[in-house]
Design a protein around this ligand. Structure first.
Ligand code: OGA
Ligand code: NI
Length: 344
């Protein structure tokens, strides 16, 4: 018995009860603002030191930034979006072949977030794929649409290259060796979520994805160029909309970079809201530490006499904890915070 995919049912006029959030937990869309200072990093800028300083500032203050001139062709981004949408438009029986709500499955189509744990559902379907090493997973990927494997594998290779390049710059911005993070995280896995948010009859009552932080190291998000939906929580509890920019990626730091930076960089709370007028797509690529990697604050970032903020753990331990919870509970990293020293 599985959940029902939103993308296989007729368009609904009323939001089903199981998607309705309690009054205290609704998006309050009228209160969301846009922030014209959202950090925008031009990766082709010749002044590398300045780019690294900008990345550092963005990671400290916002926990995310957008990148442009990142070296990935706009045409590939368009193809990725188009083939993703084609996938969700396949006939129901075709999609049923991949339908599973079991989080440990490496290739699956599911809905909401974690239908087995959650009490209220989210207005989203998603295709989740493991993408590295590609040769290992490619045979299991959807072969319908016909061009899916070719387009998505090229996209994954390019995004991995960009992600690793960004991790190098993030390392430098922390004052660490360029390869520090890459080494600390081991041979990283790469997962992808192709998110499909159908038109929603009552967007004020539900979420596409509720407030969460990403459990991995770094997320490279491609947004639908025509439909807004990503929102990020700023200090002070204000939600800001991160509106799509042509050919840009949104980069957000995951929990592992917050741990590794000893809390200096933020794994930011974010959410996806839905709308009544249009469906929306996004493609999230997650770089994830190797399961056996031991995550702990970089020694250079724990000043003499300071205690590390988080205890060491393996990524395996972290990831199981993450999926055993509901998405919008407290920051998962809080469960790994070192006990405060007792005052004498
Ligand atoms: C995610 C995510 C945001 C979006 O998939 O983790 O935060 O805009 N997606 O779809
Ligand atoms: Ni996310």
């Amino acid at each position: 018995m599985g959940s029902q995919l939103l993308s296989t049912v007729e368009r609904r006029e009323v939001l089903p009860e199981s998607y309705i959030r309690p009054e205290s937990d609704r998006p309050r869309l009228a209160e969301v603002t846009t922030d014209s200072n959202v950090p925008l990093i031009d990766l082709a800028s010749p002044d590398k030191q300045r780019v690294i300083a900008e990345i550092g500032l963005a990671c400290r203050t916002y926990g995310f930034f957008q990148v442009i001139n990142h070296g990935i062709e706009g045409e590939l981004l368009e193809k990725m979006m188009a083939v993703g949408l084609q996938f969700f438009r396949l006939p129901p029986e075709e999609k049923e072949k991949l339908h599973s709500d079991e989080p440990s499955k490496k290739i699956r189509l599911s809905t909401s977030f974690n239908v087995r744990k959650e009490t209220v559902h989210n207005w989203r379907d998603y295709l989740r794929l493991h993408c590295h090493p590609l040769e290992e997973f490619l045979p299991e990927w959807p072969s319908n649409p016909e061009s899916f494997k070719e387009i998505v594998s090229e996209y994954c290779r390019e995004v991995r290259r960009l992600g690793l390049r960004l991790l190098g710059m993030i390392s430098l911005s922390l004052g660490l060796e360029e390869d520090y993070i890459e080494k600390a995280l081991g041979e990283q896995e790469q997962h992808m979520a192709v998110n499909y948010y159908p038109q929603c009859p009552e967007p004020e009552l539900t979420y596409g994805l509720p407030k969460h932080t990403d459990p991995n190291a770094l997320t490279v998000l491609l947004q639908d160029p025509n439909v807004a939906g990503l929102q990020v929580l700023k200090d002070g509890g204000r939600w800001i909309a991160v509106n799509p920019r042509p050919n840009a990626f949104v980069i957000n730091l995951g929990d592992q970079l917050q741990a590794l930076s000893n809390g200096a960089y933020k794994s930011v709370w974010h959410r996806a809201v839905v709308n009544a007028a249009q469906e929306r797509m996004s493609v999230a690529s997650f770089l994830c530490p190797c399961n056996s990697a031991v995550i702990s604050p970089a020694p250079g970032l724990v000043r003499d006499g300071d205690a590390p903020v988080y205890r060491s753990y393996t990524y395996d331990e972290y990831y199981s904890k993450f999926w055993s919870r509901n998405l919008d509970q407290e920051h998962c990293l809080e469960l790994f915070r070192c006990a405060q020293l007792q005052l004498q």
